[in-house]
Write a protein that binds this ligand. Structure first.
Ligand code: SDX
Length: 432
């Protein structure tokens, strides 16, 4: 971060105040208002923090106008084509692409930690069968802080590393166990002879009574989807992980909070909503124009799920990659679904419509991902869990960057109070 020597000037009540301008490596600029309230008595208001940075970060850069997304400087298109999810996880968490030795060690460490403590597994039988898997995921991740009490200290690098490995290793097991428990099938334990994505798909779909083989194409497309979801700078769930971590809470507690934030239908829960929306449109005869119209109607709460983005005011580069992968995966797996055709017609109709054009609403990462998850036989209520599996290294990298910075302060935004002014207590009998 460069101190530009530039300043901006605020004029308040006839007095001028200068604030330093800081500039990032991609020439983004901000003025630092760290002493605004002390100097002027004023604070700022920025609903949803659309104009407010809370930190500097060297992890992910995105340019919403140009549709650019880079992890530690590497374009998402190159990582999607050439990398593996564990390699991308290493890149995000530790800052550089690993050497052969580093990747081998990282992979081996993760493989060795994929099992859950048997006492932790007992938790699953306490949930109702129809529990949403995101609730189970958040609960079990939070419970990890009770089973792994030897790695909770955020200031001890060795304990942090242990927790990073445990989370990367166990989240697929936690997710697959949630699914198997919900359908009443035996939970399939991880296998150390399978690579990360194949191991997860095996835990999801194998049964003890017969052999099961994960098709390489399926492992390959899951690897792609996890890479595309791995990080996205200060999105809602990542900012939540940073906020929780800023109180020096342990990594398990911080990640559990990220899972809860991701669950929301406006965020990671959108991929489930997209599929339910496409199914609704299909069941209603496939009339996409009717639903584009509904999405524009201010009297309707209906939104085109999978469309729009706080930052991307151009095509989400991840959506473009997933859309291409959709055709390939459905052809390879010989899966026919009317929902892909509906999605494409819906996209065409929306992108021609002035309402969407004026508001720069384009398909986002969630618009096509569910079609691929369905082709992999992943149930709709597990779609956001898949997003969490991908986003885990991103959450970890931001939590670690904040803790390693040594300059992070506990997050504590201000407010403008709009409640009643001072008034005296009224005794119960005197209240009307
Ligand atoms: C993710 O932040 C990230 O990086 C998130 C994410 C990540 O990787 O972490 O990219 C993942 O969360 C993707 C977004 C998934 N959510 C959805 O697909 C839900 C549908 N989209 C919207 O709810 C909305 O677009 C948001 C929440 C994504 C963004 O909302 P903003 O930036 O706060 O925009 P807004 O709600 O203020 O909308 C601006 C205008 C409004 O109309 P007007 O008041 O100007 O008339 O656009 C309209 C909105 O009504 N609008 C939509 C719309 N999205 C916005 N209208 C119809 N359908 C939509 N999907």
């Amino acid at each position: 971060m460069a101190d530009t020597k530039k300043t901006v000037q605020l004029s308040i009540d006839g007095k001028n105040y200068d604030y330093p301008v800081i500039e990032g490596s991609e020439k983004e600029q901000a003025f630092d208002i760290g002493n605004l309230r002390a100097q002027t008595g004023y604070i700022t208001m920025d609903n949803g923090f659309a104009n407010t940075s809370t930190c500097t970060s060297a992890i992910t850069f995105l340019d919403g106008d140009k549709g650019i997304l880079r992890y530690r400087g590497y374009p998402i298109e190159q990582l999607a084509e050439k990398s593996s999810f564990l390699e991308v996880a290493y890149l995000l968490i530790y800052g550089n692409l690993p050497t052969v030795a580093e990747l081998t060690t990282f992979t081996k460490e993760i493989t060795k930690h994929t099992l859950l403590r048997e006492d932790l597994v007992k938790l699953y039988d306490g949930f109702p069968r129809d529990a949403h898997p995101m609730a189970v995921l958040a609960s079990v991740v939070s419970a990890m802080s009770t089973f792994y009490q030897d790695s909770l200290n955020p200031k001890d690098p060795a304990q942090v590393q242990e927790s990073i490995i445990r989370l990367m290793a166990k989240l697929p097991t936690i997710a697959a166990f949630a699914y198997k428990t919900s359908i009443g099938q035996p939970r399939i334990y991880p296998r150390n002879d399978l690579e990360y994505c194949s191991n997860f798909m095996n835990m999801m779909f194998a049964v003890p009574s017969e052999p099961f083989q994960v098709r390489p194409e399926i492992a390959e497309v899951m690897n792609l989807l996890l890479i595309l979801h791995a990080d996205h700078e200060q999105n809602c769930s990542t900012s939540t992980v940073r906020m929780i971590g800023s109180s020096a809470a342990n990594l398990f507690a911080s990640i559990a909070g990220g899972v809860c934030a991701l669950w929301g239908p406006l965020h990671g829960g959108a991929n489930q909503e997209v599929m339910e929306m496409l199914q609704t449109i299909h069941n209603d005869g496939g009339d996409v124009d009717k639903y584009v119209k509904l999405a524009k109607d201010k009297n309707s709460t209906f939104r085109l799920m999978g469309f729009g983005h706080r930052v991307y005011k151009n095509f989400d580069p991840r959506a473009a990659i997933i859309k291409k992968a959709c055709d390939k995966v459905l052809t390879t797996l010989n899966v026919k679904t009317p929902l892909l055709d509906i999605a494409k017609r819906l996209e065409d109709a929306a992108l021609k419509d002035p309402y969407f054009i004026e508001r720069k609403l384009y398909p986002n990462v969630d618009f096509y991902s569910g079609i691929i998850y369905s082709a992999l036989n992943i149930p709709v209520n597990m779609f956001t869990v898949m997003f969490a599996l991908g986003r885990l290294p991103g959450w970890i990298s931001h939590w670690k960057e904040m803790n390693d910075s040594g300059t992070a302060k506990i997050g504590r935004p201000r407010q403008i109070y709009t409640g009643p002014t001072a008034r005296d207590y009224t005794p119960l009998q005197a209240r009307k």
